[in-house]
Ligand binder design. Structure first.
Ligand SMILES: NC(=O)c1ccc[n+]([C@@H]2O[C@H](COP(=O)([O-])OP(=O)(O)OC[C@H]3O[C@@H](n4cnc5c(N)ncnc54)[C@H](O)[C@@H]3O)[C@@H](O)[C@H]2O)c1
Length: 355
C-alpha cells in the first residue's frame, strides 16, 4: 500500500477508546484523521487526548470534507445504520459496533449499502478474537467434540444495568439480549461453524428494573435531563434451533437474583463437551471412565490486546484484502435471532427465522 489509511471515528464514547487504541497500534498502516460526536465538546476532548486533527458534530460533513478510507461506528445502537450507510456511500470501509443495528431490517440495509459500494462492513464481534475462542477452535477443529448438538450461551449480571441510553429501547433496541446476549450468541454460533438459525422460542422479563433495592448501586450511565426512559427487559432466555439440528440455550441479564455475574460458553458434542467458565474444561470418557480435562495454561478470556486484535484484523482486511472473519451476513443473522426472540417473547409462540 502506498499511502496510509485515513480513519475516522463516529461516536466518541466509551468503546471508541478501544478502537482508537487499536488504530494507534498500527502507525505504519493508518492515521486517525477525524472524529465526530453529536456532543461536540466530548469529541473535542477525545480528539485532544488522541491527537486527532479534525473534529465534527455531524458525520455527513466529516465524510464530505475528510476523504476517509475507513470508519469505526461507535455510536449508540440507534445511530449505527445512519452512520454506517453514510460512510459506505462516501466510499469508506466500516467496522460497526455490536449489535450491528436495531433490527434485521436495518442490518440488511447496511449490508446492501456495503455491496453497492463494494466496501467491507464488519460487525465488531470482539469475542471472536478472544484467547478462549482460539482454544475452543483448536479443539473443535481437532474433532474433540464430535458433532456438537447442544450449546449454552450465558451472560448474566446480578446487578449491572448500565442505564442511560442502554436502558432506553428507542436508542438501544432492547436490554441485555441485544447488548450482552449478542456477544455470546454470536461466539457460540461462530465456534460451531455458523449454522443458520431456523427458529427461536424466547421469554423476556422486567421485574428488577434499573436499580436494585438495598444494593446502593445505581445504573452506571448518565441520563442528562432525564433524556432516556428505562424501557427494556432486564432478563431474557431463549432456545434457538439451527438448520444442522443444533440448539442453543441463551440466558442473559442486566439484573437477576443469581449468586454471581457469569459469562459461560458450553458446547456438548457426541464425543465430548466443554464449558468455559471461565477456564476451559473438557468432559468425556476414556477407557470406560468419565474424565475431566483441564489445561495447564490459562484459558480464561483475557482482555489484554483483545480490541487491538479486532481492529488489526479489520485494517488487514481493508489493506490486504484478507478474508474478513466476520461476514457481513453474520451481523444480519444475529439481528434476525434477536428479532425472533423479542417477537416470541411478545407472542408466546416459537418464531421461524428465515436466513
Ligand atoms: N464490544 C464491546 O464489548 C462493547 C462494549 C461497550 C459498548 N459497545 C457498543 O459500542 C457502542 C457505543 O457504546 P458506548 O458504551 O461507547 O456508548 P457511549 O454512550 O459511551 O458512546 C456513544 C456515543 O455516541 C454518540 N452518538 C450518538 N449518536 C451519534 C451520531 N448520530 N453521530 C455521532 N455520535 C453519536 C453519543 O453522543 C455518545 O458520545 C454501542 O453500540 C455498544 O453496544 C460494545
Amino acid at each position: 500500500m502506498d499511502k496510509k489509511l485515513r480513519v475516522a471515528i463516529i461516536g466518541t464514547g466509551n468503546i471508541s477508546n478501544y478502537h482508537v487504541k487499536g488504530y494507534k497500534a498500527l502507525p505504519h498502516l493508518c492515521d486517525v484523521v477525524a472524529c465526530c460526536d453529536i456532543d461536540l465538546d466530548k469529541a473535542k476532548a477525545y480528539a485532544s487526548r488522541n491527537g486527532i486533527p479534525a473534529v465534527y458534530a455531524d458525520y455527513n460533513e466529516m465524510l464530505e470534507k475528510e476523504s476517509i478510507d475507513a470508519v469505526s461506528v461507535c455510536t449508540w445502537n440507534a445511530a449505527h445504520k445512519g452512520a454506517a450507510v453514510a460512510a459506505l456511500n462516501a466510499g469508506a470501509h466500516v467496522i460497526v459496533e455490536k449489535p450491528m443495528a436495531m433490527n434485521a431490517k436495518e442490518a440488511r440495509e447496511m449490508v446492501d449499502a456495503a455491496k453497492k459500494n463494494n466496501k467491507i462492513i464488519m460487525t465488531a464481534f470482539v469475542r471472536r478474537f478472544g484467547n478462549d475462542a482460539d482454544f475452543l477452535t483448536d479443539f473443535i477443529k481437532g474433532g474433540t467434540f464430535g458433532d456438537i448438538y447442544y450449546t449454552k450461551a450465558t451472560y448474566l449480571r446480578r446487578n449491572g444495568c448500565p442505564g442511560g441510553w442502554f436502558g432506553d429501547k428507542a436508542y438501544s433496541g432492547g436490554g441485555p439480549l441485544i447488548d450482552l446476549g449478542v456477544h455470546v450468541m454470536d461466539l457460540v454460533r461462530y465456534l460451531c461453524g455458523s449454522p443458520k438459525p431456523v427458529s427461536a422460542f424466547g421469554v423476556t422479563y422486567n421485574n428488577l428494573g434499573m436499580d436494585r433495592a438495598g444494593s446502593g448501586e445505581k445504573a452506571w450511565r448518565a441520563n442528562p435531563n432525564g433524556m432516556f426512559k428505562y424501557t427494556v427487559e432486564d432478563f431474557a432466555s431463549a432456545l434457538i434451533r439451527f438448520d444442522n439440528g443444533m440448539t442453543m440455550q441463551l440466558e442473559t441479564s442486566f439484573n437477576l437474583n443469581v449468586k454471581k455475574d457469569c459469562g459461560v460458553i458450553s458446547l456438548f458434542g457426541t464425543k465430548a463437551g466443554a464449558v468455559a467458565d471461565p477456564q476451559l474444561e473438557i468432559y468425556s470418557d476414556m477407557n470406560g471412565h468419565m474424565i475431566n480435562i483441564g489445561m495447564t495454561e490459562s484459558t480464561a478470556l483475557s482482555f489484554d490486546g483483545l480490541f487491538e486484535r479486532e481492529i488489526a484484523h479489520f485494517v488487514d482486511c481493508v489493506v490486504n484484502g484478507t478474508e474478513c472473519r466476520v461476514k457481513p451476513e453474520d451481523g444480519v443473522v444475529l439481528m434476525k435471532m434477536i428479532d425472533a426472540i423479542y417477537e416470541s417473547a411478545a407472542t408466546g409462540k416459537e418464531v421461524a427465522i428465515d436466513c
